[in-house]
Design a protein around this ligand. Structure first.
Ligand code: SF4
Length: 432
């Protein structure tokens, strides 16, 4: 099980972004975190599996008071099965990080940090509407490493302008402790200022062919520097592959808490509302309305004195004791767990915008599509468990692709050959 926590707050909206995020005052942020803690507590009652990774993303989680992040981590540690080795990531902007914040993050159990660097060129950063400078990227990575983070990622965007001095910049970051790079292609999303400016001819981005060239060049540089590609957009030093994302690509279950967060639990896919007020009303119990003066005072109190959060955590600790009592009696426990799961599950589903039961063929298609993006490829055993014997069902297609040397088939895996990653979509279409 993986847990994703969405923090929908940013310092400023980037020109290319259409995520569920925006700029909001602190009172709204506090009310949101109240609801978020509640959601996680409810969700914990219907998730019995150990948690392999936690990912606090956004938005810009580093833009909010770090105490709010520490409370979220406390709620997760109290109510879910996490341990010291669980990969716990936080996303951060290079300009919203301070040694004090980093220390709070570290003490709260976060052990991986991912910086939205995007580019090392000041003009490109400006084109994208980012709030940081190239220098702040180097400072942030160094500062994170100095604070004890030994698992550090930077996100880069390809396809805006050609990268200059990419090798020198990545080498410098590597010397400061960088372990992972995510390099995504620019997508011009509808209704974004960047798409509008491109359509007016005010900004010129790279053509598709130029973007592919940039990707190939970047890949070679990353690999020369010891960052191996393990998924089409992800490169890591050995042993630093992102466990959280690997879980998504292997179609493992995840629970997404927060605004518009998506989940996949017990064969069902569901997601929360993208309306911030509605989310806070649902999970905050309707108590915390940002326009109410009284509530603003309560919010401030919560932030200053975290007693209220502690009260809720204590309350749920009692429930944990109650659960443990039942654990010693197998039969009663079975009934109790089933009921607990059902009630908590029903509450979560009731709050969800839509709940979709994945069919067998949807599960198979999704697994093939996601797994083929990775260097590891399809685990044939896993696919068989989902109900598909691909070697039999796609015998002709596999024979054809093997003859082209486009795929490699081992007794346990089927994967795309590295030279054919650029045309992976055509290969995937043949195999689903
Ligand atoms: S920081 Fe990230 S989430 Fe926020 S506006 Fe920029 S791209 Fe979007």
């Amino acid at each position: 099980m993986r847990i994703y926590v969405h923090i929908p707050f940013c310092e400023r909206k980037c020109k290319y972004c259409n995520f569920a995020s925006g700029v909001h005052p602190e009172a709204t942020q506090i009310a949101y975190f109240f609801a978020l803690n509640n959601e996680l507590r409810i969700a914990s009652r219907f998730i019995a599996q150990p948690v392999e990774s936690v990912y606090i993303g956004g938005g810009t989680p580093s833009s909010v008071n770090p105490k709010l992040i520490a409370e979220i981590m406390q709620t997760i540690k109290t109510h879910f099965q996490v341990n010291k080795t669980t990969e716990c990531t936080i996303e951060a902007n290079p300009n919203s990080i301070t040694p004090e914040k980093l220390e709070i993050y570290k003490n709260s159990g976060l052990n991986r940090i991912s910086f939205g660097a995007q580019s090392f060129d000041p003009n490109t950063l400006q084109t994208l509407g980012r709030t940081h400078t190239p220098e702040q990227i180097f400072d942030a990575v160094k500062s994170a490493h100095d604070s004890g983070f030994n698992n550090i990622n930077v996100d880069l965007i390809l396809g805006v302008k050609k990268f200059k001095n990419l090798k020198t910049n990545v080498q410098k970051l590597k010397e400061s402790g960088l372990t992972h790079i995510s390099a995504y292609m620019l997508i011009l999303e509808d209704n974004t200022p960047l798409k509008h400016e491109v359509s007016l001819g005010k900004i010129q981005t790279l053509t598709d062919d130029e973007s592919v060239d940039e990707y190939e060049k970047a890949k070679t540089i990353f690999e020369d520097l010891g960052f191996n590609r393990y998924e089409i957009s992800n490169f890591a030093k050995s042993g630093f592959e992102c466990k959280h994302n690997k879980g998504y690509w292997q179609c493992e279950e995840y629970y997404g808490a927060g605004l518009n967060a998506h989940s996949y639990v017990d064969g069902k896919r569901f997601y929360n509302t993208e309306n911030l007020e509605e989310y806070m009303l649902k999970f905050g119990g309707g108590e915390l309305n940002k326009n109410n003066e009284k509530i603003k005072k309560i919010n401030k109190k919560i932030l200053k004195n975290t007693e209220k959060i502690r009260f809720f955590n204590k309350k749920y600790k009692k429930i944990t004791k109650f659960n443990n009592f039942f654990k010693n009696n197998t039969n009663k426990n079975k009934i109790f767990q089933t009921l607990k799961f059902r009630f908590a599950g029903e509450r979560i589903y009731q709050f969800a915008e839509a709940v979709e039961h994945l069919t067998k063929s949807q599960k198979i298609e999704e697994y093939i599509m996601l797994a083929l993006r990775t260097e590891e490829g399809i685990n044939l055993n896993h696919l068989q468990k989902l109900g598909c014997d691909i070697k039999k069902e796609k015998a002709e297609e596999i024979k054809f692709l093997q003859a082209q040397n486009a795929i490699a088939l081992t007794p346990t895996h089927l994967k795309i050959a590295p030279a054919f990653f650029g045309v992976q979509n055509q290969i995937i279409l043949k195999l689903i």
